[in-house]
Design a protein around this ligand. Sequence first.
Ligand SMILES: Cc1ncc(COP(=O)(O)O)c(C=O)c1O
Length: 321
Amino acid sequence: MNQHGKPLTSVIEAIGNTPLVELSRLTKGIDGRILAKLDYLNPGFSKKDRIARQIIQDAEAEGRLRPGQTVVELTSGNTGTGLAIVCGIKGYPFVAVMSKGNSMERARMMSALGTEVVLIDQLPDSRPGQVSGGDLELVEREAQRIVAERNAFRADQFRLAGNFRAHYLHTGPEFIKQSGGNIDAFCDFVGTGGSFAGCAAALKEHDPSIRCFVVEPDGAASLAGEPVTYPNHRIQGGGYSMPILPLLRPEHIDGYLRILDKEAIDMARRLAREEGIFAGFSSGANVAAALRLLRTSFRGQTIAVILCDSGLKYLSTDLWE
Ligand SMILES: Cc1ncc(COP(=O)(O)O)c(C=O)c1O
C-alpha cells in the first residue's frame, strides 16, 4: 500500500511527493529554518526521475515520441537513471551518454536498469570527479551523433519544457503545500536550471515576495557573470560554466550564491552525521547556501532547498572517507 491507499500500477507513480524535513539539528543555535525536500528518495535516488517522467509524458502527448522509438540523452547519471526507469517501463530503448568524469556507480546502475551506456573520455586536462563544460561538450557531440544515426528522440534536458514543467507542476507546488506556504527564500544549485526555474516560477506565482537564489560553484559562477577560474570543481551535477541556460528566466533570479567545494562536502557530511540524511555534493551545496542566507539577510526566516540525490551515488569518491 502507498500514500494513495492503493497499489501503484508501476514505479513511475512513485516518483515525486517526497517528504519535506526541517533540518533543526543543523540549524541549532541559528535563528531560522531550513526545509529540505528529500528528493533522493525517488525510485532512481534523485530529483531527475521527475523530469524523466515529464519529458517522456509530454513527448508522448504531443506525438513527438513513437512507440518503441529509441531515446537518447546526455547525463551526469541522474537524468539517465530516471529515463532508464521510465523508458524501461514504457518500452523505449534508452541510450545514456555520460562523461567518464562522473562516478561509475551511476553507469552501473543504468546498465542494471537495461540502458545502453556510452562513456566518453574527459579532456586531457580534466580529472575524474570533475566534469567541466568542455567535457560536457564532448558528451553533447556524441549524443547528437547517436540521435542522427538511430533516428532517436532526444530527451534534451537543457531545452525541453518538460524539465521546467516537472518542477513547476509538482516540486514547487509540493513545497507550498507541505510548508503551508511558509517559505521566504529558495536556493538551488544549478545544472540545466530546470529545478530552479520550475520551482521559482511556482513559488513566486504563489507569493511574489519569495526570494530565489541561484547557487553556483565558487570560481565557476558564470550565470552571475563572473570569469571562470575553477571549471573543474567537485560539485557533480551542475556548475557547467554556461553563461546562458535556455530554461532559466532572469525575472525569477533574486541573487547568486557561490559555494566552495569544501563547504558543499562539509555540509553533505554534516547532513549524514547530524540529520541522518545521506545525500550528495549538490545537496550539501544547497544546504550550505541556505545556512549562509540564515546567517545574513534572511535571519529568522524559512529557506527551502532540494536534496538532489543520494550519497550512495558517491561511494567510489572521497565524499565519504
Ligand atoms: C546531483 C545533481 N544536483 C543538481 C543538479 C542540477 O539540477 P538542474 O539540472 O535541475 O539545474 C543535477 C542535474 O543533473 C544533479 O544531478
